[in-house]
Design a binder for this molecule. Structure first.
Ligand SMILES: Cc1ncc(COP(=O)(O)O)c(C=O)c1O
Length: 392
C-alpha cells in the first residue's frame, strides 16, 4: 500500500498459523496461504504503542477496566448512532467464540434450536453442535447482484421452534454487511417470534469505502433488549493473538444471566490487560489507518474480480461491501466440492477456505483472504487461472 500507514509485517521471527505453520504442514516453500482469517499487515502503530506502554509500566497483574476503556467503546459506537451505557452492558471475554459460547449457555438450553445464516464460518455450527444445541440452517440468497437474507425461510426457521438467531454482520465468508432495511425485517421477525439475537460483528470496522455498518441492536431499544452483540479489535486491527473480545448486552436481565455464566467459567475477573489497551488505542487513534486499509482491500477485491471476469470465465467473484474476502463461485468447474481445497493445495500450492465446510449454500465456493500483498494476490490469480483451465 505504498508509503503509507498500512504496511506488510516482516515475517522475521514470526510463527503464524497462516504462513509459517501452513508451510511446515504442507512442506511447500512456495505455498500461498489465503485461508486463515487474519491479516499480513502490521498491527497499527497506535495499538502497538499502547501495548508497549503497558509493558513499560512494568506490571502485568490483574487489570481493572478503566473508565477510559468504556468511554472509548461508547464513543466508537456512538459515532455510528448506537448509544448505550458501556459500564452496565459490556462484558469482556477471551475471544468472539467464547463470547458467543457464554451467550449460548446463558440464554438457551441443551436441545434448543439456533438459526444460522449459511454459508457461515464453520465454528458457528460446530459450537452449536458440540454444546448440545441444534443448528437450523437458513441459506443466504447469493447472486452476482449481491446477497440477501431469505426472510420467508428465516420466518419458517423461527416458526419451527428456534428461539435464537445467530447473525454475522458483516457476514463471513461472503464479506457482506447487512443493510438497515434488511436488519429491520430480521428484527421484526425476531420480535414477532419472541427470538433472541446474538450477532457476531467482529468484521464491523472493515467496511469498504462508502459503505456503512449497522448494528442490529442500534435499530431500537426493543431490539437491543433481545440482542447480544460481540466485538473485538481482533480482525480489523490484527490483534487475533491477544484473545480478547467483548459482548454488548443492554438488557439488564440478560446481562445478569451472562455475567452469571462468566462467573461459572471464571471469566468475570481481571481479563486481558493488553486487550483493553488495544481497544482504547484502536477505537481512538486508528481511523485514518482503517480508511487506508479498506481502500487497499477494496482495490484488491476489484483487482481479483476483474482478473477473474476477464481471464477465468469458469469462475465468478461475488460482490462484497465489507471484510477482506473474495467469495469465489467455482461451481462451473463441476468438481466434487469437498475436493476443491485439497486439489488447489496439492496442485497449485495455494490455500483457500473451502465453502463446502460452511453449511448449506457453500459447496462449490471458496473464500480467498485478500489481506495480503498485491504481489501475492496477482500470483494467486494466476494460479487460480491455471487451476480452472486444468479442471475445465
Ligand atoms: C465470523 C468470525 N467470528 C469470530 C472469529 C474468531 O474470533 P476470535 O479469534 O476473536 O474468537 C472468526 C475467525 O475467523 C470469524 O470469522
Amino acid at each position: 500500500m505504498g508509503a503509507s500507514l498500512v504496511e506488510i509485517a516482516s515475517p522475521e521471527g514470526l510463527y503464524r498459523l497462516k504462513w509459517e505453520w501452513e508451510r511446515e504442514r504442507t512442506g511447500y516453500s512456495d505455498l500461498l496461504s489465503f485461508g486463515t482469517a487474519d491479516m499480513d499487515f502490521r498491527t497499527p502503530a497506535p495499538v502497538l504503542d499502547a501495548l508497549k506502554a503497558v509493558l513499560d509500566r512494568g506490571h502485568l497483574g490483574y487489570p481493572g477496566a478503566r473508565e477510559s476503556f468504556y468511554e472509548a467503546i461508547e464513543r466508537h459506537f456512538g459515532s455510528i448512532g448506537w448509544h448505550f451505557d458501556a459500564r452496565s452492558s459490556v462484558a469482556q471475554n477471551v475471544g468472539i467464540y467464547m463470547s458467543a459460547l457464554s451467550a449460548i449457555e446463558s440464554f438457551t438450553s441443551p436441545g434448543d434450536m439456533i438459526t444460522i445464516l449459511t454459508p457461515v464460518h464453520f465454528c458457528f455450527r460446530r459450537m452449536i453442535v458440540l454444546n448440545g444445541r441444534i443448528p437450523i440452517e437458513c441459506p443466504i440468497i447469493q447472486g452476482e447482484d449481491g446477497h440477501s437474507i431469505d426472510l420467508a425461510r428465516l420466518e419458517a426457521c423461527l416458526k419451527s421452534g428456534s428461539r435464537m438467531i445467530w447473525l454475522c454482520n458483516p457476514h463471513n465468508p461472503i464479506g457482506h454487511a447487512w443493510s438497515r432495511e434488511e436488519l429491520e425485517k430480521v428484527a421484526k421477525l425476531a420480535i414477532a417470534n419472541d427470538a433472541l439475537i446474538i450477532s457476531d460483528d467482529v468484521y464491523s470496522d472493515l467496511m469498504f469505502p462508502g459503505h456503512r455498518y449497522t448494528p442490529i441492536a442500534s435499530l431500537s431499544k426493543e431490539i437491543a433488549y433481545r440482542t447480544a452483540t460481540f466485538h473485538s479489535t481482533s480482525k480489523a486491527f490484527n490483534t487475533t493473538g491477544l484473545k480478547h473480545s467483548f459482548a454488548v448486552i443492554e438488557n439488564p436481565v440478560l446481562f445478569r444471566k451472562y455475567m452469571d455464566t462468566l462467573e461459572r467459567q471464571d471469566l468475570e475477573y481481571g481479563l486481558s490487560i493488553m486487550g483493553m489497551a488495544a481497544v482504547e488505542a484502536a477505537y481512538r487513534e486508528c481511523g485514518q489507518w482503517l480508511e487506508e486499509l479498506m481502500a487497499g482491500i477494496a482495490e484488491r477485491h476489484s483487482f481479483i474480480s476483474s482478473y477473474v471476469s476477464e481471464n477465468i470465465p469458469q469462475l465468478k467473484v461475488l460482490p462484497s461491501n465489507a471484510g477482506y474476502f473474495a467469495w469465489i463461485d467455482m461451481r462451473a468447474l463441476g468438481m466434487d466440492p469437498k475436493s476443491i481445497s485439497y486439489a488447489l493445495e496439492t496442485e497449485e500450492h495455494m490455500i483457500l477456505a473451502n465453502g463446502a465446510e460452511l453449511g448449506k449454500g457453500g459447496a462449490g465456493f471458496s473464500r480467498m483472504n485478500l489481506a495480503t500483498s498485491m504481489d501475492n494476490i496477482r500470483e494467486g490469480a494466476e494460479r487460480l487461472g491455471r487451476f480452472a483451465e486444468r479442471h475445465s
